[in-house]
Design a protein around this ligand. Structure first.
Ligand SMILES: Cc1cc2nc3c(=O)[nH]c(=O)nc-3n(C[C@H](O)[C@H](O)[C@H](O)COP(=O)(O)OP(=O)(O)OC[C@H]3O[C@@H](n4cnc5c(N)ncnc54)[C@H](O)[C@@H]3O)c2cc1C
Ligand code: SF4
Length: 282
C-alpha cells in the first residue's frame, strides 16, 4: 500500500551517453520526456530549469530535447512547477503538457483534475505526469547553508548533489567529493515534508528514483496505461536497458521499508499536530 498501485517495477538506465552524463540517476525522467516529445505524446514539459543563481531553479516549459537536457539533474530545492501549467497552456498554447514532480506536485495536479474549481482547462491538458521519489526538501537558503556551512563548499562550485546511504554528497567542479550525514541536514528540512506521507509519487503515470537500484540505475514504476505504453515504446526503441529489481535487502525490501518509514513519520507528525490543536491537511 505504501508504494501505491503500479503495473510493473524494475531497474532501468538510459542507453543515451549524454543523458548518462547529465542526469541524476538512470536518466529516466529526461529520456522519457524527450521520447514523449518526439512521439507527440506531449508538446512540452514543465521542468526545473537552472537560473543565474546556482542551484536555485525555476519552473520552465521545455519544448526541445536540448532544454530538457539542460534541466536534468536533481536540485534539492522547492520549485513550484505547477505554476508553469498556466504558462504552458495560456502563454504557449500547448494542448498536451508533461510535468515532472515529486508527490506534492503530482498530487496537486491530480487534485486539480478531480476538483477543478473552474480551471478545468488547465489540468485537463496534463498528458503525462512523471513522479520522482522524495524523502524531504529544502528552501534555497536552507540548501545553501547546508552546502556552505556543513560541506564547506561554495555553492557556485557545486557540480552535483546527491543523497545516498545516509549521506548528503556534494561533488565540486574542482573534483572534490564531500559527504555529511543526512541527519545533520534535518534542521533545515521544510516542516511540510514531515507531514508528507508519499515517498514514491503514487499519483504519477510513472514513478522513478534511485532507492532500490544500484548507482547509475533507477527504480521505475509504470502506474497507468499512459505510463506503461510510453515506457514500453521507449524500451522497444532501445532507449533503456532494464533488469528485474532485486527483491532482497537493497531492492524491493529497502524501497518498501523507506516508503513505510516516511508514511509512519507522517502519521506521527499529524498525531503530534492534532494533540496541540493544529490543523492537518488530511
Ligand atoms: C527534492 C528531491 C528529493 C529527492 N529525494 C529522493 C529520495 O529520497 N530517494 C530517491 O530515490 N530519489 C529521490 N529524488 C529523486 C532523484 O534525485 C532523481 O531526481 C530521480 O531518480 C530521477 O533521476 P533521473 O536520472 O531519472 O532524472 P534526470 O534525467 O536527471 O531528470 C531529473 C528531472 O527532475 C527535475 N527536477 C530537478 N529538481 C527538481 C525539483 N526540485 N523539483 C521538481 N523537479 C525537479 C529536473 O528538471 C529534471 O527534469 C529526489 C528528488 C528531489 C528533487
Ligand atoms: S517530502 Fe513531500 S512535501 Fe516535501 S518536497 Fe518531497 S514530496 Fe514534497
Amino acid at each position: 500500500m505504501v508504494l501505491g498501485k503500479y503495473l510493473d517495477i524494475m531497474t532501468v538506465k538510459t542507453t543515451d551517453k549524454i543523458l548518462q552524463k547529465y542526469s541524476q540517476d538512470g536518466g529516466i525522467v529526461s529520456a522519457l520526456l524527450i521520447h514523449a516529445l518526439e512521439t507527440g505524446v506531449i508538446e512540452g514539459a514543465i521542468v526545473a530549469m537552472p537560473t543565474d543563481e546556482p542551484w536555485n531553479p525555476e519552473p520552465y516549459v521545455a519544448t526541445t530535447p536540448e532544454e530538457i537536457i539542460a534541466a536534468a539533474g536533481t536540485k534539492y530545492v522547492l520549485c513550484p512547477l505547477n505554476n508553469a501549467l498556466k504558462i504552458a497552456a495560456r502563454e504557449q498554447g500547448l494542448d498536451k503538457i508533461g510535468m515532472v514532480g515529486m508527490h506534492c506536485l503530482t498530487y496537486a495536479v491530480r487534485k486539480m483534475q478531480l476538483y477543478p474549481f473552474g480551471a478545468r482547462h488547465l489540468p485537463n491538458k496534463m498528458a503525462l505526469l512523471l513522479g520522482i521519489f522524495c524523502t524531504e526538501n529544502f528552501t534555497y537558503t536552507g540548501i545553501k547553508a547546508i552546502v556552505e556551512e556543513l560541506h564547506k563548499v561554495n555553492i557556485e562550485h557545486v557540480e552535483k548533489m546527491d543523497v545516498s546511504k545516509g549521506k548528503m554528497i556534494v561533488t565540486s567542479t574542482l573534483g572534490e567529493r564531500v559527504e555529511v550525514p543526512v541527519k545533520l541536514t534535518h534542521n533545515y528540512v521544510q516542516p511540510g515534508c514531515y507531514i508528507c506521507p508519499d515517498l514514491t509519487a503514487r499519483t504519477a503515470d510513472i514513478s522513478t528514483g534511485s532507492i532500490g537500484s544500484p548507482d547509475g540505475w533507477s527504480t521505475v514504476m509504470p502506474r497507468t496505461k499512459v505510463g506503461k505504453d510510453l515506457f514500453q515504446s521507449a524500451v522497444d526503441m532501445g532507449l533503456f536497458e532494464t533488469k528485474p529489481i532485486d527483491s532482497g535487502k537493497f531492492g524491493m525490501e529497502m524501497l518498501t521499508r523507506l516508503a513505510q518509514s516516511k508514511w509512519d513519520r507522517s502519521e506521527k507528525t499529524r498525531a503530534e499536530r492534532a494533540e496541540i490543536g493544529l490543523p492537518n491537511p488530511f
